[in-house]
Design a protein around this ligand. Structure first.
Ligand code: ADP
Ligand code: MG
Length: 466
């Protein structure tokens, strides 16, 4: 530094950065105008004084460490630091020499606050986003998760942070999820569907976007955004189901008709044959049994396919249920099944009584058939609200394996030797035309509960149903 040169001091004063110089004993040798302004100290009060005595708070801060480092290494240093006594952020550059240290600094508080603000903007985008937003390290351990994530999986962030996503993913989807995660961790953004297990045990289908986190050109982790797609999946399934149903409807109309007539004559000739034989062969019964089976399939198909004119009327669903119970009691007794009913008082339901009867027959028959060794069959009719009732049929039968639950109601899906696989399809169709819905829950070897929800006042289309 130039010493005692009036011109030099003038030049330094014109510089808009604060500048001061210290000698090897850390005493001030120069202080320009801006430095005196920024530090709120007169130049004369500082000159010749020790910087660490004048600004004792700086000893604990980056200033002390960085100035010492610069002097020790004889190499310039640059840093940002907050100086609490003045509530100011400084951008500091210190240039060492044999004789001491020259420091250039400026006030960057405003800029820092701006940056902090935009950081807060991003933070609220992360925290307030309704979708699940989260980040991982490159190994797939959660680093941060937002409220949307907690809601999606039911875990609090404390239960999740620093553990891997693998424990949340449904086993069946683990390989594919791992593949996508690895690609994202290698820098390629991924979008895919997978399934996670909620803390309460149920599965949640989600759509995930994984984006690599790049800092200074290096991938340091992966961001995730996940959306619950349960509803979307459900409507896709309904669509597939109703498409299949209409195809079956058309096909069954023609096939059932074609089969019915030859079947009737076959049956007739079989009876004729029996009466003309002295000794009836043992396979005769098998043949008649098989013909009856074909008959029952065709009649169920026909019922499904034939457009039937029915009308919606206000009906007493408790009475309908009782009629069905009477109808099926003898069948239940044969399998040692005890039927227990439990009815709320409910308003009249706008429905087609024959069809509701058909639904109950189909569901209750299945329940009885699921308990060949007997058990209890609970039939409850519940009032859910002023607008909705629920008929719940719960058995203690064989149950339905989780992976086959989705198949129930698909045409011809049956696990029974003499089944048709058409009962539940018809049931779904009827409930749908009544504006209702069906919920099946089941546990293997424990039992199955089928819930049929019906709106009280559905304005159904009278013309063609089933
Ligand atoms: P089907 O009774 O002719 O087999 P359904 O459409 O009525 O045809 O039922 C389809 C299949 O759904 C049955 O074969 C059975 O595997 C399963 N199922 C339906 N209800 C029950 C139940 N209550 N318990 C166990 N399995 C059931
Ligand atoms: Mg059935």
């Amino acid at each position: 530094m130039i010493v005692n040169d009036l011109n030099a001091i003038e030049i330094l004063d014109r510089i808009t950065d604060g500048i001061f110089s210290l000698n090897r004993d850390w005493n001030f040798t120069h202080v320009n105008k801006e430095a005196s302004r920024l530090l709120f100290r007169n130049r004369e009060d500082l000159l010749g004084k020790n910087v660490w005595i004048e600004f004792p708070e700086a000893v604990e801060l980056a200033f002390f460490e960085m100035y010492n480092k610069a002097m020790k290494d004889q190499a310039p240093v640059a840093f940002d630091a907050y100086f609490l006594p003045l509530h100011t952020w400084f951008d500091v550059k210190a240039y060492p020499s044999e004789s001491g240290l020259t420091v250039l600094f400026k006030d960057i508080t405003e800029k820092k606050q701006e940056a902090l603000k935009s950081e807060q903007h991003y933070k609220s985008l992360f925290e307030q986003h309704p979708d699940a937003v989260y980040s991982f390290d490159c190994e797939g351990n959660y680093l941060s998760v937002n409220k949307g994530f907690e809601k999606l999986v039911g875990y609090k962030h404390k239960e999740i942070l620093n553990s891997t996503y693998e424990r949340l993913v449904d086993e069946k989807y683990l390989t594919i999820t791992n593949d996508h995660f690895k690609k994202a961790a290698n820098g390629v953004t991924q979008n895919y569907d997978t399934v996670v297990i909620h803390k309460e045990g149920h599965k949640v289908p989600i759509n995930v976007t994984n984006i690599p986190i790049v800092v200074d050109g290096k991938i340091v982790g992966v961001y995730g955004i996940a959306k619950d797609i349960t509803l979307q999946k459900h409507s896709e399934e309904v669509l597939v189901r109703s498409e299949k149903l209409s195809v079956v409807g058309q096909l069954s109309a023609s096939i059932a008709h074609e089969i019915r007539n030859p079947l009737t004559s076959l049956k007739g000739f079989m009876q004729l044959l029996k009466s003309s034989l002295v000794e009836v062969p043992s396979y005769y019964d098998i043949m008649t049994d098989e013909i009856s089976r074909i008959e029952s399939i065709t009649s169920e198909l026909l019922m499904h396919a034939k457009p039937q004119a029915h009308s919606f009327k206000e009906e007493d669903v408790l009475e309908i249920t009782d009629q069905v119970v009477v109808l099926l009691t003898s069948e239940a007794l044969m399998s040692n099944v005890e039927i227990i009913t439990n009815y709320d008082s409910i308003p009249p339901i706008n429905c087609i009584s024959n069809q509701i009867k058909q639904v109950l027959i189909n569901v209750i028959k299945n329940a009885i058939e699921a308990m060949p060794k007997g058990g209890q069959l609970q039939i409850a009719v519940k009032k859910m609200s002023e607008e909705e009732i629920c008929i719940r049929i719960a058995d203690q039968g064989c149950g339905i394996p989780q992976e086959f639950l989705e198949e129930i109601g698909m045409p011809f899906y049956t696990t029974k030797e003499k089944g048709t696989g058409l009962g539940m399809m018809t049931t779904y169709k009827i409930v749908e035309t009544h504006g209702g819905k069906i919920n099946i829950s089941s546990e293997e070897n424990k039992g199955t509960t089928v819930e049929v929800y019906l709106p009280v006042n559905y304005q159904g289309n009278d013309s063609i149903v089933a």
